[in-house]
Design a protein around this ligand. Sequence first.
Ligand code: SF4
Length: 350
Amino acid sequence: MQLQRFSFNALKDFLKQQNEPIFRYKQLQQALFREPHLTFHELTTLPLPLREKLISVFGDDLLPLRLLRVQKGMQASKYLFALQDGERIESVYMQFQEGLKSLCISTQVGCACRCAFCATGKIGIQRNLTVEEILGQVLYVSKTVTPIDRITIMGMGEALLNPHIFEVIHHFTATDEFQLSPYKLSISTVGIVPGIRKLTQLYPQVTLTFSLHFPSQTLREQWMPTAQHHRLEDIFEALDERAKLTNRKIYLAYMVMDGINNRLQDLEALKSIFEARGPLRHLYHVNLIPFHPIPHSKVQETHKSVVLRFQKQLKQHRIVATVRQSFGKSIQAACGQLSAAYPVHLQKSS
Ligand code: SF4
């Protein structure tokens, strides 16, 4: 018999069909989110006949992904997962000096946005990840490696183009599930305006990063094709609404590419963006990121001194900017480098 794809809804339906009491679902939630188990077989709190039925319907795995490889860097490790249909995704675990443990997760296989500086964008979109595949990345690491203090939804894919993302945030923050404070959850977007508005409505406490990278509409359209559909002025209107409502900082990610987006006119354009924010200006913060090389890119890696010089220039214009620590460059795990591209022996497996 063909196995059914495991999902929260399928599980609920199955338990209902079996006339199982409501607390069975609670037991399974507990096992999934709070206990180290990876298989139904290990769930000895459930009666054996029920475990056997669950295995016969969904298979033994509680998580819909399988670890293929871990690459360890200085403060970052990159996890390559195979999904049940053989697609592959990556997640990046980072340990900060203060002891905080963070996981950067993917939301799509590839990405439709095709930003020219990003290795994921080169793949194009294969599909959205399911709720369980997105959660599964965090659950795998927290069950088998270490508890996770922070989650950043900034890996492969544009999170606000995946319709499941709000359900995912619900599971991460629900008190009877992963129980993470929404303040410890960060999400980045290239500027999907309806998604930003929905996030403000449903999850004002989640930290938002807007991947600005290019401060003029023309330059953005050249490098980031989605900019044709989401204009800078509309994006900032949605961001201002969020800033006003939440009074929380909004981060502007800016990947510095020497001679491309750190010229005098770029500085002027950034200055205008900040001036246009008026009384909300103090709620915007620039995160500068050096450009990291990706295969077949004509753009050179950005030296840290170039980024520091740009930071100083921004400061002269009263724009607060931090140079973001680049974790995982040596293992191609830094911003824009994730592609899940590996040698043949690690390619799609069934
Ligand atoms: S930068 Fe983000 S949105 Fe752009 S192609 Fe890469 S993953 Fe997609």
